[in-house]
Design a protein around this ligand. Structure first.
Ligand SMILES: C[S@@+](CC[C@H](N)C(=O)[O-])C[C@H]1O[C@@H](n2cnc3c(N)ncnc32)[C@H](O)[C@@H]1O
Length: 393
C-alpha cells in the first residue's frame, strides 16, 4: 500500500455503518481504504444485503477494502462470496486487497468465473483471464507522476496496451491527461473501449504496430505537452535484438519518457517450466491457469529465448488462450547496452529514493563488504522494475 494512503477501520457492522454514513453525509472524506475486520464480516450477509453494502462501500472508498480470508468455509461458500464482491465492483487481482479503479464511480462487473460455470472452458473470455492473472493492477501513472523526474506529464502513451489496465485505471485519478493506447489486437481494443470511461476522458485506442515509425509519428502528432510511454508486462520481450533496438530508438524519438516494465535479473534456465497462476476463485470453480513452457522452445541460456503459452484446464479438458512462441527474457544489462549504442540516458525507479535514478548510480551507496542481492527497485512492485529511457538533453 502507498505509504500516504488513508485508512478507516471497522471492527463491527455498526462501526462500518457509522463510517459509511459519515462519508455519505460529507462529514468525512472518502479514504483510500476501509479495513473490514473483527466482527465486521461480509460472509454472514444474505446476497441482497451484501450487494447493498458493497454498493455503499464502492461510493465511499477511493481504492477499495481489505478483509481477512475466512478460514473454514467451503469452496462453494468462498466462491459465492468472491463472485458477489466481483459483481459489485471490486476485485483482488492485484496484491493490495479488493480494489476498484481509483475514485471510479462505475460499479464494474469483474466476475469472469460465471462464464466458466455456465459454458465450461469454451465459455471463458481469454482477455478477462489475462487481466485477472497478468493485468497490471498495483500501479498506475500515479506511481510515475509522484517522482520528480515524471511529475510534469501531459500525455500518457500505452503501446502494446492489450487489455489496457494501465491507461484505463490511470485516467480515473488523472482525467486531466491525454491517453493514447495502441496495439495490433482489435479485440483487445474493443474490450478496453467497452469499459466505462469518465465522460469527456481524453482517450483513444489505436490499432498500430509499435515497430512502425509512422505509428509513432502519428502518436507524437496526437500528443500534447510532455509525454510518457509505458509498456507493461515486459511485452518488449516479444522482440529480437534488431526490433528491440528499433523500439528503443522509435520510442525515445517520439515521447519524452519511455518506460519499460522489466524483470528482476534472472537466468532463463532457472524459470519454472510451469508458472501456476491459478487464482483461488478459479480453483473453487474447478479450473486452473498457468504459463507453461513450450516444449519445442526450451530456455536457451545464450540467447535468453524461450517459448510459453497461457493455458487453462479443468478435469475434462485443456484450452490454450495465448501463445508466446518466441520470448526473449531481455535482462537489464542488455537493455542498458542497447541504450548506450543509441546514446540514451537510462534510469530506473528506486522507490527508496522516490525517483528515477541513473543506472550508473545503482550500488553507489554500497559499503565495503555489502553484497548486492538485487536492484533496489521497490517493495511495492514485487519482482518487477521500471526502466526509463530518454534522449540526452
Ligand atoms: C503480453 S501482452 C501485454 C499487454 C499489456 N501491455 C499489459 O501490460 O498487460 C502483449 C501485447 O502486445 C501486443 N503486440 C504484440 N506485437 C505488437 C506489435 N508489433 N505492435 C503493437 N502491439 C503488439 C499484443 O497484441 C498484446 O496485446
Amino acid at each position: 500500500m502507498h505509504p500516504k494512503a488513508t485508512v478507516r477501520v471497522a471492527n463491527s457492522m455498526a462501526a462500518l455503518d457509522r463510517v459509511l454514513t459519515s462519508i455519505e453525509s460529507g462529514r468525512r472524506t472518502a479514504p483510500d481504504w476501509i479495513h473490514i475486520q473483527g466482527r465486521c464480516r461480509l460472509d454472514g450477509l444474505v446476497d441482497a444485503e451484501r450487494q447493498a453494502l458493497l454498493r455503499r462501500l464502492h461510493a465511499c472508498v477511493l481504492r477499495g477494502f481489505k478483509t481477512p480470508v475466512e478460514v473454514g468455509s467451503t469452496a462453494s461458500e468462498r466462491l459465492a462470496l468472491w463472485r458477489s464482491i466481483a459483481r459489485n465492483g471490486f476485485h483482488d487481482f492485484g496484491t493490495q486487497g479488493f480494489t476498484k479503479c481509483y475514485g471510479s464511480p462505475f460499479i464494474e462487473d469483474y466476475d469472469y468465473v460465471g462464464a466458466y460455470l455456465e459454458n465450461g472452458l469454451a465459455g471463458i473470455d481469454p482477455y478477462r483471464i489475462y487481466s485477472a492473472i497478468l493485468g497490471s493492477h498495483d500501479y498506475t501513472i500515479e506511481d510515475f507522476l509522484q517522482t520528480p523526474t515524471c511529475e510534469k506529464i501531459d500525455t500518457v502513451v500505452e503501446p502494446m496496451a492489450g487489455t489496457g489496465e494501465f491507461g484505463h485505471c490511470s485516467h480515473f485519478r488523472h482525467p486531466e491527461l491525454r491517453y493514447i493506447l495502441f496495439d495490433l489486437d482489435e479485440t483487445a481494443r474493443e474490450a478496453v473501449l467497452a469499459r466505462p470511461w469518465l465522460e469527456g476522458a481524453d482517450r483513444e485506442y489505436r490499432i498500430g504496430n509499435v515497430l512502425d515509425p509512422q505509428v509513432w509519428r502519428d502518436v507524437r502528432s496526437a500528443s500534447r505537452g510532455n509525454s510518457l510511454a509505458y509498456i507493461g508486462k515486459q511485452s518488449h520481450n516479444l522482440f529480437d535484438t534488431r526490433q528491440l533496438y528499433d523500439l528503443l530508438a522509435l520510442g525515445t524519438s517520439h515521447v519524452d519518457h519511455f518506460i519499460l516494465e522489466t524483470p528482476e535479473p534472472s537466468l532463463v534456465q532457472d524459470l519454472a517450466p510451469i508458472d501456476d497462476l491459478t487464482r483461488p476463485e478459479m480453483a473453487d470453480a474447478g479450473f486452473h491457469a498457468a504459463l507453461i513452457e513450450d516444449e519445442r522452445n526450451a530456455p536457451n541460456p545464450f540467447t535468453n529465448q524461450l517459448g510459453f503459452r497461457m493455458e487453462v484446464w479443468d478435469e475434462d479438458e485443456t484450452r490454450v488462450l495465448f501463445e508466446y512462441p518466441k520470448w526473449r527474457a531481455w535482462q537489464p544489462p542488455t537493455l542498458v547496452a542497447l541504450a548506450e549504442l543509441l546514446d540514451l540516458e537510462v534510469l530506473y525507479l528506486n522507490d527508496a529514493v522516490g525517483d528515477f535514478v541513473p543506472v550508473d548510480a545503482c550500488g553507489s551507496t554500497r559499503q565495503p563488504g555489502d553484497r548486492v542481492e538485487s536492484i533496489d527497485h521497490s517493495e511495492a512492485h514485487d519482482g518487477v522494475g521500471f526502466m526509463l529511457f530518454r534522449r540526452r538533453s
